[in-house]
Write a protein that binds this ligand. Structure first.
Ligand code: BG6
Length: 495
């Protein structure tokens, strides 16, 4: 598609996100000829830099973090000639006039009105300030061409999320607001839509008649690293479940949208969130389990417990692990539990969705001592492995009718993995071309908060006296197993 010339103003232009994700993504889009012919990137933060110094620091970021490896000299020279830096005070309206004059110069040079993207890669308490100052300084705010990009967290509870949405919506239209949940940009996550809705054989199976339960698991080996200050006020329920994991649940559980229209797709996801059975006080301990990691050994190295991490309170009650059970009250999913779990400092980093199908109605095989058939699984591996596999029972070749479990698998080849765009590439290209399908709408964000609020409130009121309750490098607290075991299932850890 032909896209407008584009100006991207990055607030937090000197921050980690800009260096690790945003600039490498834009650079890779540039390499693939996906950026508009005329574009400008203006980084801004408090620190004073010359353009050259700024570009050099971004180059370091690319060399370290880009999926395509070190920057190529010529390409970088071309790409970076479109980058400039502007020191500014986000809170001061006067700073915004400087952007205005830069934009005017570009307009004259390009002889065309550009799209303008304001990227808030800053701490969330500044989102509203930026929006207000854009509005006060009369910076361009054309409904068709001006967009604001914000990163999670969108609020820290339902109330603050609503307040944030209300504020943003006094200045921008919903169509101008791009709330990023980077899980939606991941290659395999996008493929779930194709897998479900481009194949006739899935739909008849995709319901309570055939599916017994669903597991969504995002485990991380890393701890909180240098983000203790943020994380200790957040916790994993806010950091991961409210957004990434619930979005994965929506993609599995949603009804087919009529087409890829951004609002139609998001309507169907909101339907799912609204159908999730409200977790009522008194039942919370049977629906949600939390954990906090203690010290341990990871790959031969001793690592600290959460409470010993930088910027974490020594008596912190913040959870670094959570497992939850959800019921979805609609025709498709009645009686099919969805189990979600995520945590830091776990045994392995892996994100996957496992759909377990029901038992065969009658077992006619004499299959070993226990004589049970393994239930079919559909395993959607998001990262680091990228694959979709069906586990089926099959006859072992030979004279007897003995069975074992085999995989029917679509495995992304090593090459595809390297070539697959990073989530931020997909998402930034979508912002540039004005496609909101993979972005969170205000009502989606609020509906997701509504789902987790009872648990957040309960956990806040009832502190844990046995934290830390799992050692680093384990699969989490023991009662996470109990949460799923009481329904007759167990967490499936992939090899
Ligand atoms: C972020 C969370 O949104 O997602 C982090 O704030 C987490 O705590 C990260 O580590 C995980 O993302 P990914 O893409 O590495 O799985």
């Amino acid at each position: 598609i032909k896209v407008n010339p584009t100006v991207i103003i990055i607030f937090g232009g000197n921050g980690d996100l800009t260096k690790r994700k945003i600039i490498p993504a834009l650079y890779n889009l540039f390499l693939e000829n996906r950026l508009p012919e005329q574009f400008a990137i203006i980084g801004t933060s408090r620190t004073g830099f010359t353009d050259q110094k700024y570009r050099d620091s971004l180059l370091e970021g690319i060399n370290e973090f880009s999926r395509t490896g070190k920057a190529k000299k010529e390409a970088w020279a071309k790409f970076s000639s479109n980058i400039s830096y502007q020191a500014s005070d986000i809170k001061d309206v006067a700073s915004y006039n400087e952007f205005d004059s830069k934009i005017s110069t570009l307009k004259e040079e390009w002889k065309q009105d550009p799209s303008i993207l304001y990227y808030c890669a800053v701490s969330p308490d500044l989102f509203c300030t930026i929006a207000e100052n854009i509005s006060k300084s009369k910076l361009d705010n054309h409904k068709e061409t001006t967009r604001i990009i914000i990163e999670k967290p969108f609020g820290r509870d339902l109330e603050s999320a609503k307040a944030l949405n209300t504020k943003l919506l006094t200045i921008f239209d919903e169509k101008q607001i791009y709330r990023i949940d980077h899980y939606l940009g991941k290659e395999v996550v996008q493929n779930v839509m194709a897998f479900r809705f481009a194949n006739t054989i899935m739909e008849p199976l995709w319901n309570r008649t055939h599916i017994e339960h669903v597991q969504i698991s995002v485990t991380e080996q890393i701890g909180v690293e240098d983000r203790g200050g943020y994380f200790d006020h957040s916790g994993i329920l806010r950091d991961m479940i409210q957004n990434h994991l619930l979005q994965l649940l929506c993609i599995i559980a949603m009804e087919p949208p009529v087409n890829f229209d951004a609002d139609l797709v998001r309507d169907r996801k909101v339907d799912v969130l609204k159908a999730i059975r409200k977790i009522v006080p008194g039942t919370i301990d049977t629906m949600a389990v939390r954990g906090q990691y203690g010290p341990g050994w990871v790959e031969g190295k001793e690592v600290s417990g959460y409470r010993e991490e930088v910027d974490v309170a020594p008596d912190s009650n913040t959870e670094t692990y959570a497992a939850m059970k959800f019921n979805i009250d609609n025709w498709r999913w009645q009686g099919v539990p969805f189990y979600l779990r995520t945590g830091k400092r776990l045994f392995k980093s892996a994100s996957h969705i496992i759909i377990q199908f029901r038992e065969v109605p009658h077992n006619m095989f004499n299959n070993g001592e226990q004589n049970v058939l393994k239930q079919n699984l559909l395993i959607i591996s998001i990262q680091p492995d990228m694959a979709i596999r069906f586990q089926l029972e099959s006859k072992i070749p030979g004279l007897e009718m003995n069975l074992n479990t085999v995989d029917m698998v679509f495995d992304y080849s090593a090459k595809t993995k390297i070539d697959a765009p990073e989530a931020y590439e997909t998402l930034l290209l979508d912002v540039i071309s004005g496609d909101q399908t993979l972005f969170m709408r205000a009502d989606q964000v609020e509906a997701a908060w509504e789902v987790v609020m009872p648990v957040l409130d309960y956990w806040k009121k009832n502190t844990m006296n046995n934290f830390p309750n799992y050692p680093a490098n384990s699969w989490g607290p023991e009662n996470a197993e109990a949460l799923i075991a009481k329904d007759g299932f167990h967490w499936i850890n992939l090899p």
